[in-house]
Design a protein around this ligand. Structure first.
Ligand SMILES: [Zn+2]
Length: 338
């Protein structure tokens, strides 16, 4: 370890369970953060400052003013510029720790790109806001023997659980199916920054423990920051009939195309099944005849009230102004093309 590293991480090294050897393992670790919102910003910041040597930040979205209440890494200027979250996070954290490698991926994690985005890391942190992506992470994790740390927060409540395939229960052992019916979301129930921070803190601590010792706390922790109630229940045993970790069926990894999805906490729909490279400058020239256009190297924004379209170079589009996938698809077809 370099002398400068020793000084930077000295308080962590003095923590006996980590020590110099543990710090070296952290410096050698490769971690992916999936989703850079309330959970992911905290995770990415804590991991970067702890010295995780390679950090990949994956997020499909751009910064908005309503994010700033809980998404620690972002500032008003990021929302004004509508910067992709992964880019804003990478740039900010690069100034906090220039000694590690931080990679930004402005992308939606899907079955088609999971191997490319997750195949070369040691560990995955869940910063997502939907069960669909969590099942995809779980399927990828179990199929390739890669640990991940599940976490979720809504309202004042949250929970966290580490998953080590073959050793602990996986997400499908605990929740064989996505929860049915209307679930509370950040949109309907709101979310407190402190609930997300508590969950993310448990996730990052489990991640560091796994990197340093090879093991994780064997608890499922639930916490409500408003009532102050924190509960730990022993992690459920592995289900011997589990679809994923026993029968090794991975339907979420085999879904090559997904329907458009409405986005948590937003009056918006993401359309991602029509993926193809788009020439943003050419599109900007065409759309500027029809409405107001702003673009930078990462994205193009086209405003045609009541809709605001954010178009990414890979063909993905977020249509703001509706939660109806059918409406979003027709707006997409009208302006971007079928
Ligand atoms: Zn399982």
């Amino acid at each position: 370890m370099l002398q400068g590293d020793f000084e930077r991480y000295s308080r962590q090294i003095r923590f006996a369970e980590i020590g110099e050897r543990g710090q070296q393992r952290i410096l050698d670790a490769r971690v992916a953060v999936v989703g850079c919102g309330a959970l992911g910003t905290f995770q990415a910041a804590a991991l970067a400052r702890a010295g995780v040597g390679f950090l990949r930040i994956i997020d499909r979205d751009y910064v908005e003013i309503s994010n700033l209440q809980r998404q620690w890494l972002f500032e008003e200027a990021d929302a004004e510029a509508a910067l992709p979250k992964a880019i804003a996070a990478r740039d900010r954290l690069g100034r906090a720790n220039s000694g590690i490698q931080i990679e930004a991926q402005v992308a939606d994690l899907t079955a088609a790109n999971a191997a490319e985005l997750l195949g070369d890391v040691d560990l995955i942190l869940d910063g997502t806001d939907n069960f669909e992506t969590r099942y995809l992470i779980n399927d990828f994790s179990v199929s390739s023997g890669l640990p991940w740390i599940y976490g979720a927060a809504v309202g004042s409540y949250g929970l966290a659980m580490p998953v080590i395939p073959g050793r602990t229960a996986c997400l499908a052992c605990v929740y064989p199916e996505p929860p049915g019916g209307a679930q509370p979301t950040c949109e309907t129930a709101g979310v407190l920054a402190t609930a997300a921070a508590l969950v993310a803190s448990l996730q990052v601590s489990a991640a560091l423990k796994l990197i340093v010792t090879g093991d994780v706390p064997r608890w499922l922790t639930t916490a409500d920051v408003w009532t102050g109630e924190i509960r730990q229940i022993p992690q459920p045993a592995r289900d011997p009939e589990c679809r994923a970790c026993a029968r090794r069926e991975f339907p979420w990894l085999e879904t090559r195309r997904r329907a458009p999805v409405s986005m948590c906490g937003r009056n918006a729909v993401q359309i991602h099944e029509l993926r193809r490279p788009l020439d943003l400058p050419a599109l900007a020239a065409r759309l500027s005849l029809l409405g107001s256009v702003r673009s930078n190297e990462f994205a193009l924004r086209f405003e045609t009230p009541p809709y605001l379209l954010t178009v990414f170079p890979d063909g993905r589009v977020i249509v703001k102004g509706t939660t109806d996938p059918g409406v979003a698809r027709s707006v997409y077809a009208r302006y971007i093309g079928g």
